[in-house]
Design a protein around this ligand. Structure first.
Ligand code: SF4
Length: 62
């Protein structure tokens, strides 16, 4: 059993306890979403593992 966590790293505020990569600016939004899409496309070609759950996290502000 395996799962994937996809972090959308754009937040309204910086939480002082957070250990994730995040930004409070949307300047890099398009580049980050393109990178996430590319990573998903690369992983889709690998059928050697089974994914049971996909969790989207972060606090998208868009
Ligand atoms: S990812 Fe979550 S915990 Fe971290 S700064 Fe953003 S909203 Fe806060």
């Amino acid at each position: 059993m395996s799962g994937i966590y996809i972090h959308i790293p754009f937040c309204r505020q910086a939480c002082n306890y957070c250990n994730f990569h995040f930004a409070t600016s949307l300047l890099k939004k398009d580049a980050m979403l393109a990178a996430i899409n590319k990573e998903i496309a690369l992983a889709a070609g690998d059928n050697s593992w089974l994914v049971n759950t996909i969790y989207f996290g972060g606090t998208p502000v868009f």
